[in-house]
Ligand binder design. Structure first.
Ligand code: NA7
Length: 282
């Protein structure tokens, strides 16, 4: 089976790498081709164009946002210009459910099949093959790709028609955004009353609200250093997309505004936990 992989950012590199480790033949494409180097060293081959990848049996896409994914599929030199027939395209990017349904229709018209299959989990779980994968689309397409999803994640769930995967992803990331901001506010609140971060992190870790998420951020918080495992700009995007779906709950509104302000303050390329630095500045 020939596998194509489009998008070699923080997530795409370790995920495509896991397919190589599992023994699959993987051909890759990235807008900035130099980012493919680590995968070429692992045995991947580099595609000269997006259209070349349509000859693969399954093509994964893992790019930033709605604009990027539309450029890759329906842009002037995009995947769908190739005229290939029957290729299964699996979009693992986080985009709006509306965009997933649009891409599914564009794929259908071009003779491709399409699944939306975004993931929960950042760079660590991506490297370890422990992502949670939420899938929308035809069940038979899901069944075909499931063995590969099992190399990328610890759990893959088929949730319904196209758009169901991205809908579930926006929901889980709403909880992620609220949890991270909640932890940041808790630490600042504690500090204002003389409880230092190290002590408060210990209390959170040992309490019922301690989560692997916050545990994984402890070193960053204590060092005030936020290399992106999941970039803040993506969190701001996901909360914006949730609102565009008509979700309007009190915490969703508040978190969307807060992450947007942090993005405008220049923190977008840092990890989502940098919301702490933003709130501290306020
Ligand atoms: P990154 O590390 O920001 O990587 C984004 C990728 O998307 C990277 O390969 C980019 O190529 C690519 N990209 C961005 N815009 C375009 C356009 N217009 N055309 C083609 N390719 C593009 O994101 P992550 O890997 O952390 O996350 C990926 C998704 O998972 C995202 O939806 C998250 O919300 C969850 P570049 O290397 O810049 O040329």
């Amino acid at each position: 089976m020939k596998i194509g992989w489009i998008g070699l950012g923080n997530m795409g590199i370790p995920m495509a790498g896991n397919l190589l480790v599992a023994g699959y033949e993987v051909k890759v494409w990235n807008r900035t081709p130099s980012k493919a180097e680590p995968l070429l060293a692992q045995g991947a081959t580099l595609a000269g164009s997006l259209a070349e990848l349509a000859e693969c049996d399954i093509v994964f896409t893992m790019v930033s946002d709605d604009e990027a994914v539309k450029a890759v599929y329906t842009g002037p030199d995009g995947l769908l210009t190739s005229g290939a027939r029957g290729t299964l395209a699996v979009d693992m990017s986080t985009v709006s459910p509306q965009t997933s349904r649009y891409l599914a229709e564009q794929c259908r018209q071009a003779g491709f099949r399409f699944l939306d299959a975004p993931v929960s989990g950042s760079v660590g779980p991506a490297k370890e093959g422990k992502l949670v994968i939420m899938v929308g689309g035809d069940e038979s397409d899901y069944t075909q790709v499931k063995p590969l999803l099992d190399k990328l994640g610890k759990l893959a769930l088929h949730l319904g028609p196209n758009g169901a995967g991205t809908s579930a992803k926006l929901a889980i990331n709403l909880l992620l955004g609220i949890t991270v901001q909640g932890a940041a506010e808790t630490l600042l609140f504690a500090r204002s009353m003389g409880i230092e971060a190290e002590q408060m992190l210990t209390i959170i870790r040992e309490s019922a609200v301690g989560t692997p998420l916050i545990r994984g951020k402890e070193a960053s918080i204590l060092a005030d250093n936020y290399p992106a495992a999941f970039a803040l700009k993506h969190m701001a995007k996901d909360l914006r997309l949730a609102r565009e779906e008509g979700v309007s709950t009190p915490l969703a509104e508040s978190a969307a505004a807060c992450y947007r302000a942090a993005l405008e303050d220049g923190l977008g390329d840092l990890d989502v936990m940098a919301i702490l630095r933003f709130l501290d500045r306020q």
